[in-house]
Design a protein around this ligand. Structure first.
Ligand code: PLP
Length: 338
């Protein structure tokens, strides 16, 4: 099976499973799990933040952060395609009682000017703007990488207006693999950062929320209230440590394969447009209206699986379990459909 639906479909490798089975564990609610503590320290240090909190999912790290940074009735500024809004089940409203101010912008990217012009005035009629969020890489934008200067400018606007700035960095490692920027330089722009171990890094579970000591103390309380505090979670943290130590430096391979697919698709007659490939996500539009269903069905006959974004648009995501042989097979199937 060739699975291009998401980079979350990877299965733990033999080395990762061995690391999990030999983990030292304890009850993490009592802060007794040495492997969770090690993972939290390792990631906090990597990004130059005071502290980190291990959570089951990226949805939880994002939503815990939103809950800490906002009060009910506040407003969160983010792109209309932001995962925190578009793909997290209404959790901003459901769990934090906050509203959203949705910005537009090419490829899911927001700018400092747009953010500043949407901060509500101090007027009792208006919700209090308290948080700005950016997503890097931007999933629905096509794996877009935010330019550092753009984020630095948004960060400056946030500081000037007393707003918090959260980064959904589910695929931040993919962005950093391309730009080569030091993680701590990047993380310094934000009050909180979420990074996922279960996307390109190939761990089965887990995300980390990063921030200063006071923030993580509050986040720990919210994680408990959301039901996300785990007990012998060291077995999962061990997978994360293995992923960080073994699977970060190879992310460029996924990007190369995605670029290969992007170039190939751009030259196929049934493809109208391919969003320029920056990382491991390839989003392309078919010429035929409603063509995505038929196209995906044809791929499925060859045991190649992908997801539609809309009736004409399809997404491929490359990952650890998509190798060169699979790339060659995908290439020949795509050419045969032309
Ligand atoms: C950009 C982004 N943020 C957050 C998440 C949520 O992660 P999880 O599926 O672990 O909740 C995802 C999931 O794919 C994502 O793509």
């Amino acid at each position: 099976m060739i699975d291009l639906r998401s980079d979350t479909v990877t299965r733990p490798s033999k080395g990762m499973l061995e690391a999990m089975f030999s983990a030292q564990v304890g009850d993490d609610v009592f802060r007794d799990d040495p492997t969770v503590n090690q993972l939290e320290r390792q990631v906090a240090d990597l990004f130059g933040k005071d502290d980190a909190l291990f959570c089951p999912s990226g949805t939880m790290t994002n939503q815990v952060a939103i809950n800490v940074h906002t009060r009910p009735g506040d407003e969160v500024i983010c792109h209309k395609y932001a995962h925190i809004y578009y793909y997290e089940g209404g959790s901003i409203m459901r769990n934090s009682g906050a509203s959203v101010c949705l910005l537009d912008g090419p490829r899911g990217v927001i700018t400092a000017e747009e953010v500043e012009s949407h901060i509500n005035p101090d007027d009792i009629h208006r919700p209090v703007t308290s948080l700005v969020e950016a997503e890097n890489t931007m999933n629905k934008g096509g794996g877009t990488i935010y330019r550092y200067e753009n984020l630095a400018a948004i960060s400056e606007v946030c500081r000037r207006h007393g707003l918090k700035f959260h980064l959904d960095g589910a695929r931040l490692f993919n962005a950093l693999a391309e730009t080569g920027e030091p993680p701590e330089k990047y993380a310094a722009l934000f009050d909180s950062v979420s990074v996922c171990l279960s996307k390109g890094l190939g761990a089965p579970v887990g995300s980390l929320l990063l921030g200063d000591k006071t923030f993580i103390k509050s986040a720990r309380r919210v994680r408990k209230a959301f039901g996300g505090a785990m007990r012998q979670a060291g077995y999962l943290a061990a997978a994360g440590i293995y992923a960080l130590n073994n699977n970060v430096n190879r992310l460029g391979e996924d990007h190369d394969r995605a670029r290969h697919l992007g170039n190939l698709l751009a030259n196929l007659p049934f493809v109208e447009h391919v969003i320029p490939v920056e990382t491991n996500i390839v989003i392309f539009t078919l010429r035929k209206n409603g063509g995505a269903g038929e196209f995906l069905a044809r791929l499925k006959e060859e045991d190649i699986h992908a997801l539609p974004i809309d009736p004409r648009t399809v997404r491929f995501v490359t990952h650890l379990d998509f190798d060169d042989a699979m790339l060659m097979k995908t290439e020949s199937v795509l050419k045969s459909l032309a």
